[in-house]
Design a protein around this ligand. Sequence first.
Ligand SMILES: *Cc1c(COP(=O)(O)O)cnc(C)c1O
Length: 395
Amino acid sequence: MTSQNPVFIPGPTNIPEILRKAVDMPTIDHRSPVFGKILHPALEGVKKVLKTTEGQVFVFPSTGTGGWETAISNTLSPGDKILATRNGMFSHRWIDMCQRHGLDVEVVTQEWGEGVPADRFEEILTADKAHQIKAVLATHNETATGVKSDIAAVRRALDAAGHPALLFVDGVSSIGSMDFRMDEWGVDIAITGSQKGFMLPPGLAIIGFSPKAMAAVETAKLPRTFFDIRDMAKGYAANGFPYTPPVGLLNGLNLSTQMLLEEGLENVFARHHRIAEGVRKAVSAWGLQLCATRPELYSDSVSAIRVPEGFDANKVVSHALESYGVAFGTGLGDVAGKVFRIGHLGSLTDVMALSGIATAEMVMADLGLPVTLGSGVAAAQEHYRKSATAIEKAA
Ligand SMILES: *Cc1c(COP(=O)(O)O)cnc(C)c1O
């Protein structure tokens, strides 16, 4: 596989050269004040990206999965009841982690391709008069199916039920790419990682805690050591970590948040939306369907594309890699073999997206699928040039 081609997997994403350089650092003494000059601006930058002024941010040497564990182990106790929906591989794995931690998960099963059922959540929360449910889990962007859920609606469901449960949101493949508002949506814990919207190598779990979530830390009884945010907070107060910090990645995070904020979060979201729309126009030009069932569920960071019945979608992914050196995402879990995924988040331009669309077209034609070469590319080109004109007019 050539490193000249961009990747079209939904994380890890393409790393801009400037961030690769920022991550590549000589060793510094992480117990010296120099480290604080990297750490604190990075944490402040993340707060802005999460759109929180009230929350506290913690960064661990880990991945998004470690972020899930940070959320539950710091705030919950064995046997606590939580409410979650299973609508894809990532929500499935988070539920599995909760169960392995001895939590009692009420699972609302959804078709893969559907979102978090806020109305069903409201019914369940309203019926829970004794407030036994301690936390509600929501995956903002289900990366396995390309489905975006409405987190504001989940907050409204909690409020309508007058329910005090904490709201935990997995924003691993949305934060930094799609609109996310921690304070406004009343998100108690927001979770992400370094290798998706932040355009960095994997290696960081990035988590925001609301004041309410911070208060729950004092009474939570699940065991925690590595992910104990009280130790981490003490470390930060002394310009350090409770253990050796991943200095290069934190230096990258500092720069990455600056880049996102300089582009402007709303511009970053608009860019992701425009690129995603181009991909979706291509998909319909190919006569194919997305796994996401309705336009309001369409993700701007990843598209899961259904292949014709009886065809193995994994072939698209393996042929793209073998013949063209391009990486697409495979189908996971229930949709394995039924979909392939085009990741379109992070450091990406219209022009890069066109190369991915063109490659997918060649691959499908090679494999005998009824796709006309150029059809998807033309549909995306038309979208990108129209929207480029619109941008010029607005300027
Ligand atoms: C990538 C991802 C994760 C976490 O994956 P890690 O490999 O642990 O970083 C969790 N949730 C979603 C929605 C994701 O896309």
